[in-house]
Design a protein around this ligand. Sequence first.
Ligand code: LR7
Ligand code: MN
Length: 547
Amino acid sequence: VKSGVNVSQPKAEEALPAKTISQQTHVKDANKKEMVKQFSKPNINLQAGYNSSAVRKPGVHKVLSLDMTHAPRDPNAIGQFGLAVILPGSKDAEVMKRWNEGHFNVYLSDQIPVDRAVPDTRPETCAQDLVHNSLPTTTVIFCFVDEVWSTLLRSVHSVLNRSPPQLLMEIILVDDASTKDYLKEQLDEYMSQFPKVRIIRLKERQGLIRARLAGAAVAKGEVLTFLDSHIECNVGWLEPLLERIHLDRKKVPCPVIEVISDKDMSYMLVDNFQRGIFKWPMVFGWSPVPEDVIKKNNMKVTDPIRCPVMAGGLFSIDKKYFFELGAYDPGLDVWGGENMEISFKIWMCGGEIEIIPCSRVGHIFRGQNPYKFPKDRQKTVERNLARVAEIELRKRLKCKSFKWYLDNVFPDMDTPAIKAEGLVFNRGLRKCLALRKDSLSFEICDLSKQSQQFNYTWMRNIRHQDLCVAAQSTGSGFALLPCDNTKRELRWYYKTSNTALTEHLISEFVSDHMCLEAEPRDDSVRLRPCQPSSVFQKWEFTHPYVR
Ligand code: LR7
Ligand code: MN
């Protein structure tokens, strides 16, 4: 039996109090490690909650500072108040056994109440902030595939318990073709206690992007709020998000994403003034708002923080605006890239992405995705990013260009849009690619020769000045054409090793079984079926930029 609200919790004595916080070795971004701080004692106050009968006056009202979870059902349960739990060493085997179900401490999660209290980590004045009484309603959309029972329930309970009922239209759970039995009838039965919760089941695995679109298509709320399925919403998380959209429907507010430890399940406060950025090739990360910007704008810790890009999983958006932007590209598969796509579109089309410090949601950061990618993971994500890099939508909507975005929204981004550069060495020939009389040939490698200098760009072009290597379905199979980011025949895939690009250069255009090959007889270049063992198909760039 999986734990649920009515299942008795293990006694507190079973858990030892945590002395030190365990290091977040699995948090994706190195910056995030430094952001994580231990939150010591929760501020417990037992007054009002959303279940209270407090009458709201018309006009503006205060964001509630308290909710029922500050008077928790079982104050002695482990993990209560978001505190770390160190299990006795004798449980190690059980912890390890269940780790891969979610790539976090599933064994421990199953013993923590699904409606536990978490520390109110908001800056002090947030509870005094006023919001309008006429805020839009929202549909909360959780997509999941094989999510762990206890974390899925905890996510749902945190929304039910900490959202004003009049603002929460419904919660839609989109089951992306999960295989686990407990997510079928058992989940239906459990959720049937909550009239606001609807479950949509996809017949085939669609990936999180199309799963979100399926949820959005049937949502009844005026605002869509997307959340990952292993989160805990903090006190007063919803009103400040809806308030921003109420002020301007093109604002896209995100909560501060706090860290729920994958090891001890503690809820950890993160540093103020962090914003979402990206580095080429579109790798998301966090970066502190520069000190001079904080000073110049006289920024308070509660002020919204404008972000070039969002993390992706947690945000609210006006439903009509979401569809005006063209929603997500439905061709994006499984995971990745959609946060870049929506971010660029929002900024280029007159909107703004903001992190709202008074809205806070914890998320379990995991070392790996616990689910399978139907195709190769790296290829899937890179393919998604390449699609995003070519969004054409702005033309239709008369939005601004990507260049405008880089110049205005993210001017301090300085990394080049290049993945590798220098000489292109062929393993079999042991010579380097060279441009000779408008065609490609090979020469003895020489770093000083301009004719041997190539770039491998973010758009996967193999570029020499303004000319790019193109795949052709006829003749030798290749040509040199003027570079053009929109042409698929100019695009070549490779796989990286740690230090060099030693893999095949695969044409995306002709077929994904065709590789660039050196012909030893006359030192020419051609397109041939890929053969893993052929050294004439192995290429190395002398200066790869390794992520
Ligand atoms: O095929 C899938 N189908 C799904 O329904 C794959 C995933 N999913 C679900 C999954 O169960 C989960 O609820 O989609 C959600 C997100 O997947 P995660 O938790 O594996 O993603 P993540 O937290 O590693 O990654 C972040 O980047 C993703 C890129 O596509 C999404 O935008 C995630 O929502 C996003 N998560 C966050 O922004 C939380 C903070 C992470 C940071 C920084
Ligand atoms: Mn996640």
